[in-house]
Design a protein around this ligand. Structure first.
Ligand SMILES: C[S@@+](CC[C@H](N)C(=O)[O-])C[C@H]1O[C@@H](n2cnc3c(N)ncnc32)[C@H](O)[C@@H]1O
Ligand code: SF4
Length: 341
């Protein structure tokens, strides 16, 4: 077994990419049924969600996170499903916040944020990303499919900001559903000083019936905003940043686009995903995850787990978005709500 202190020499995968970010799904459940993620036809009453005992405990997640941090992970994002439906999440945040040098953040649909924001902040959360696809209740309802009102998400965003959490807002744009919401969203969040990021609709999983025609290319979004509020490109904050950043020419704020379909960024991808039951996925479009829960519960030492993770990462070849084509559409893929978006 190798000495963890010596692992710095071979930290990259087969394409020279280091492991820097970890997304941890804390639950596969959600109180929304977004049509592009958990459509009701599939995630309805009969859908088999994970049993509670199958989920990694907070202690297990903390242990793995410490090992990932020792291997070079600098940022952990909690996600799901909807992370705020996992009970006592602030207990996990407290544990992860005690890991030195780790940037800790969370992606949420915002529905439960108003009442949890202060506790999350107090537990040590650094930042938050809130997903919101429209300011129009009819459009938002058609997307979340549970009639959830926009106002409550906005309340969550303001509560997070008031608690001292910097907020970014994510909007998935799907042709024919919410493209008319792009400009109103840009105007609204520019005025309030929150960074808004537009995400191209992706072919994750199989349940959403993705078609290329449903994707609104990021370039089209940038052009539409720029016509009314001129934009200038910005340099990335750090190598491998997934969003292309722009600032308003009058310096009134920033927007970003995540163009994973039209401008894939696999070459700089430093991200791994841990599913709620402890499977490690090295790509959002991966076919198979690596079970870390079995060794974890089977008595493996930290060094053994460290070496297992190192081995998986070293062998990584994923670059799905770069090779996406008609032929890749039917490949087996896991759902985003399971793997953690
Ligand atoms: C899977 S969700 C999990 C966290 C939380 N429930 C939320 O919605 O923010 C994470 C992110 O993935 C995005 N997402 C889900 N399905 C997507 C798809 N097919 N294409 C692009 N983004 C998607 C969501 O909009 C959200 O911003
Ligand atoms: S995108 Fe988030 S809120 Fe919407 S169904 Fe998926 S997990 Fe739930």
């Amino acid at each position: 077994m190798s000495n963890p202190l010596e692992l710095g020499r071979d930290r990259t995968d087969t394409l020279g990419r280091p492991l820097r970010d970890l997304r941890v799904s804390v639950t596969d459940r959600c109180n929304f049924r977004c049509v592009y993620c958990m459509p009701k036809e599939v995630f309805g009453r009969d859908y088999q969600f994970l049993d509670r005992r199958e989920l990694l405990s907070f202690e297990e997640i903390e242990r793995l996170a410490r090992i990932f941090a020792a291997r070079g992970v600098e940022k952990v994002r909690l996600t799901g499903g909807e992370p705020l439906v996992r009970r006592d999440l602030e207990r996990l945040i407290e544990k992860l916040a005690s890991i030195e040098g780790l940037d800790l953040t969370l992606t949420t649909n915002g529905s439960l944020l108003a009442r949890q924001a202060q506790a999350l902040r107090d537990a040590g959360l650094r930042r938050v990303t809130v997903s919101l696809d429209s300011l129009d209740d009819a459009v938002f309802s058609a997307m979340n499919d549970v009639d959830f009102p926009v106002a409550q998400v906005l309340e969550g965003i303001e509560a997070a900001a008031a608690a001292g959490l910097p907020v970014k807002v994510n909007m998935v744009v799907r042709r024919g559903l919410n493209e008319d919401s792009v400009l109103p969203m840009a105007r609204y969040f520019r005025e309030r000083g929150h960074v808004l990021r537009f995400i191209e609709y992706m072919d994750v999983g199989h349940s959403n019936g993705w078609r290329l025609d449903d994707v609104v290319p990021a370039a089209e979004i940038v052009a539409a905003i720029s016509e009314e509020m001129p934009l200038e490109p910005l340099l990335p904050n750090y190598p491998g940043e997934v969003a292309n950043r722009f600032r308003y020419a009058d310096e009134s704020g920033e927007v970003g686009v995540i163009a994973s379909v039209t401008q894939p960024f696999c070459g700089g991808c430093t991200r791994a995903r841990l599913s709620a039951e402890g499977r490690l996925y090295t790509c959002l479009f991966a076919v198979r995850g690596h079970d870390l829960r079995a060794p974890l519960r089977g008595g493996a030492s930290d060094e053994e787990l460290h070496e297992t993770i190192a081995r998986i990462w070293r062998a990584r070849t994923d670059r799905y978005s770069e090779i996406r084509s008609e032929n890749t559409l039917d490949l087996p893929k896991v759902e985003m709500s399971y793997i953690g978006g």
